[in-house]
Design a protein around this ligand. Structure first.
Ligand SMILES: C[S@@+](CC[C@H](N)C(=O)[O-])C[C@H]1O[C@@H](n2cnc3c(N)ncnc32)[C@H](O)[C@@H]1O
Length: 221
């Protein structure tokens, strides 16, 4: 049974080839020379590039790409049996401005050039509550150093989370590692922010009546 399920996943992934840029080369999946992508040739035009890290099943990525046709989007996710649903939806919608990388954010510099990304979305990233796993939080210094290289001066990160401790950790991490906080709220859905796209996880937390924490951090080079 397990074997059949796995085979089915590889067939589904193979069927999404047209929207998938492949694996981000890492110590496991690296093959040949590393070289960064050329977004202009992938999307066939010159447009601002926005990135979502940890896109899950892709509700946010597909909705925003459809809503903002003048922006090109790349969504990244490390779990194949989740990202496959996102890619299938993109194919179904026929979105020309959304493509995917499978793999870990840790290795994004292997595929994306410095200053090439104007905005990064971090939607409900795993909070890793235990201190010993803090370095896996997507707002830990080791990730912010990567984002700072990918973003130009003035490039923005937008983060949403339901987790108060993770939010407090992120605020401090952004402040200490070269970002300026441009907007912060501890209740997104009762704030001045309009046009919010509700993600799969956000829907879950909202139905439990939980507030959503939100911030915008600007890269200062
Ligand atoms: C809690 S889920 C949120 C999914 C979606 N953004 C949402 O809001 O519904 C976090 C996702 O981030 C992915 N993720 C966590 N760490 C990652 C990393 N280092 N690189 C790429 N993806 C990662 C996980 O596999 C998971 O699918």
């Amino acid at each position: 049974m397990r074997m059949r399920k796995k085979k089915y996943l590889s067939e589904r992934l193979a069927a999404c080839e047209s929207v998938c840029l492949g694996w981000i080369p890492d110590p496991v999946h690296a093959s040949g020379n590393l070289c960064t992508i050329n977004a202009e040739s992938i999307f066939g035009r010159k447009a601002p590039l926005h990135l979502e890290i940890g896109c899950g099943k892709g509700k946010f990525a597909n909705t925003i790409a459809e809503r903002e046709p003048d922006i090109d989007f790349i969504a990244v996710e490390q779990t194949p049996n989740v990202i496959v649903a996102a890619m299938e939806r993109t194919k179904e919608l026929g979105l020309p401005n959304l493509r995917y990388f499978m793999g870990k954010a840790e290795y994004l510099q292997n595929v994306l050039a410095p200053d090439s990304v104007e905005r990064i979305y971090l939607n409900f990233s795993c909070p890793f509550p235990k201190t010993k796993y803090a370095k896996h939080r997507l707002t830990h210094k080791r990730f912010l150093d990567i984002y700072r290289e990918l973003l130009p001066d003035g490039g923005k990160i937008i983060q949403k989370t339901d987790n108060r401790d993770f939010f407090a950790f992120s605020l401090e991490s952004f402040r200490e590692n070269g970002f300026e906080l441009a907007f912060v709220t501890d209740d997104l859905h009762n704030s001045e922010i309009t046009g919010n796209i509700i993600t799969e996880y956000e829907q879950r937390f909202l139905s439990q009546g939980l507030p959503i924490y939100y911030l915008e951090a600007v890269n200062k080079k």
